[in-house]
Design a binder for this molecule. Structure first.
Ligand code: CS2
Length: 503
């Protein structure tokens, strides 16, 4: 988009959100109250999807409004140019629509200053990250972006992107590839390194980021790996906000509220939470002033969120999808599924070591409340994605801990069985399921060879070591998951979830 006409208007001639049109949106809609031309970039964010734009970018928008001019965001997509193509004609502006039973609150966010696309021009993205003004490189690249083995958290050296990046370190594709390329430049130029801030739903996400980056660096040079280990901080964080993928309907609703087109809004819930370990040797904005909880160890909060929220989300996603529930809100409107989700949370509780004063019962109740937000169209199919990357920290870690404590694992075994039936790619009525997962074809092959027979399918899938590790060969695990899967095949998800509670 080059000419003024196309910049302020869409091709059909409708007005479009941008710096130049911002003062024409309805007066009640919040917008940046600061002079955007004065904001300098201090953060590069890898993975500028809906979650980042409804979470961290909103916190930074608040900080910019209270005077922190050095912390603007350069967003980056590693692959797809879509977000850049939609947002640059809008000068990076977009709307966050917060939906609840009380209606929708719109707010225009101005913290994203520019967007790079790694796949198109890796050099530009590396140069951005290597700029000494950038003090934080944050990440929401999803679990699979770490190119690790989910079960162990180690870098997967055979990952095709890692193999590629070792051969072409100056034109990388992967997250560790970009981080190491930029850190190398900073080291060579004598500039201090940036802090790497992981905001993905992994346990010990900072630690995991640190591990994959140093392991990747070590494959290039031991010296470089040692420098990274000594100089670069990787604080862990717990992030929480439910952000479904934006739909055409959402775009139409937001554009109608603005009175002009916003091609890339995000829709979310009122709740938002960010807990961050306070390790930023390169400096950081005053996050606490914008409501971020700064702590010395985020582990208990991260486990609480992964094992209560994300675990019950995944359980509802697989079993709910199989029962024909399109959204999480529809699943929990069915009391059997709500009770099952409650049980997943209750069973995780004894595995958590929370700081004094944490009320897990109240936290669980608030999660069910959030899940029942019918104004959010959060699809079970969306959450079901990438199960091979999600199961270990959401479900399997709890099972392992419960076995260690001598506690039964039936609840979680049913959730895992739900995943197994889901990845066979056939639903209960024999219709195809569009399974999105880096291991989808491997899982489909295993399922194809085993057939829809619990006694064969469960042990075969439990044998995928990158997901289950040694837990997969534990007889207690095999028995519990096989029994749950047999029930799922015999009764279907709806009935199984019900018999489960009346047991
Ligand atoms: C969800 C998460 O898609 C998923 O796997 O469980 O994205 C969830 O909505 C967020 O973690 C909530 O903070």
């Amino acid at each position: 988009m080059s000419s003024e006409t196309t910049k302020n208007h869409t091709e059909s001639g409708a007005l479009r959100l941008s710096n130049a049109t911002l003062d024409r949106i309805p007066g009640l809609i919040r917008r940046p109250v600061y002079d955007r031309s004065q904001i300098k970039p201090g953060i590069v964010h890898l993975g500028i999807g809906v979650f980042h734009r409804a979470h961290q970018a909103v916190v930074i928008d608040d900080l910019l409004a209270s005077g922190g001019t050095d912390w603007g965001i350069i967003g980056a997509s590693l692959r797809s140019p879509e977000t850049r193509d939609a947002l640059l004609p809008q000068d990076g502006l977009y709307t966050v629509a917060v939906r609840s039973g009380a209606g929708t609150d719109h707010r225009v966010i101005g913290s994203v200053l520019d967007i790079e696309v790694g796949a198109e021009n890796p050099e530009r993205l590396i140069a951005r990250m290597a700029d000494p003004a950038i003090r934080i490189v944050s990440l929401t690249v999803t679990e699979k972006g770490y190119c690790h083995t989910p079960q162990t958290g180690e870098l997967n050296e055979n990952h095709p992107d890692i193999v590629h990046d070792l051969a072409k370190p100056d034109a990388p594709r992967s997250v560790p590839g970009f981080l190491v390329a930029a850190l190398t430049r900073r080291r060579n130029s004598g500039a201090a390194p940036f802090t790497v801030l992981s905001c993905d739903n992994l346990s010990a996400n900072g630690h995991t980021a640190g591990r994959i980056v140093t392991q990747f660096a070590a494959l290039r040079s031991r010296d470089l790996a040692e420098w990274i280990e000594a100089e670069v901080a990787f604080p862990s964080t717990m992030v929480d906000r439910i952000v479904p993928e934006t739909t055409d309907l959402d775009r139409a609703e937001v554009s109608s509220a603005l009175g002009m087109i916003d091609a890339r809004p995000v829709v979310t819930e009122p709740f938002t939470q960010w807990i961050v370990e306070d390790q930023f040797p390169a400096g950081r904005p005053d996050l606490a002033a914008a409501g971020v909880q700064m702590v010395s160890d985020v582990t208990p909060f991260e486990h609480m969120k992964l094992r209560l929220l994300n675990a019950s989300h995944s359980a509802l996603a697989y079993l709910g999808y199989l029962a024909g529930h399109e959204t999480i809100a529809a699943a929990v409107a069915d009391h059997r599924f709500a009770a099952f989700a409650r049980q997943v949370m209750q069973d995780a509780a004894p595995t958590l070591a929370m700081p004094e004063g944490t009320d897990l019962a109240a936290y669980s109740a608030s999660l069910l409340q959030r899940f029942s937000n019918v104004a959010l169209h959060h699809r079970t199919w969306q959450i079901a994605m990438d199960g091979s990357q999600k199961l270990p920290q959401r479900l399997l870690a709890t099972m392992q801990d419960r076995l260690r404590l001598g506690l039964p694992i039936e609840t979680h075994a049913l959730a895992v069985a739900g995943w197994m039936r889901y990845v066979t790619a056939k639903d209960e009525r024999g219709r195809d399921i569009d399974v999105r997962d880096p291991l989808a074809s491997e899982l489909a092959d295993i399922a194809g060879r085993a057939g829809p027979v619990a006694e064969r399918l469960a042990p075969a899938l439990l044998g995928v070591r990158s997901i289950f590790g040694p837990l997969g060969s534990d007889p207690r695990m095999r028995n519990a998951v096989t029994a749950a899967l047999a029930k799922l095949y015999a009764l279907g998800a709806r009935q199984t979830v019900q018999t489960f509670q009346t047991k």
